[in-house]
Write a new protein. Structure first.
Length: 79
């Protein structure tokens, strides 16, 4: 939902039109990136038992926090 809304806003601001197939492909790329980012972050920060995947929910939440913290730091809004 949110990703497709973002694609729609990008499409509208650039005054272009994408086919349904193009939107689907862009959405698939976004979802792959989100999954990989959540998994990578979870593997780095979330403990898990041997042979088990770490929590993707926790990894995604941490990744979101890190993204906001990095943006704040880059804007000089740092404590």
């Amino acid at each position: 939902g949110v990703a497709v809304s973002g694609l729609e806003m990008a499409q509208n601001s650039q005054r272009i039109s994408w086919t349904t197939e193009e939107v689907d492909n862009k959405l698939k790329d976004i979802m792959k990136d989100v999954f990989q980012n959540g998994l990578k972050t979870a593997q780095e920060y979330v403990p898990s038992a041997e042979g088990e995947l770490p929590s993707l929910v926790a990894g995604s939440n941490i990744a979101g926090f890190v993204k906001v913290a990095d943006a704040m730091h880059n804007q000089g809004d740092w404590w």
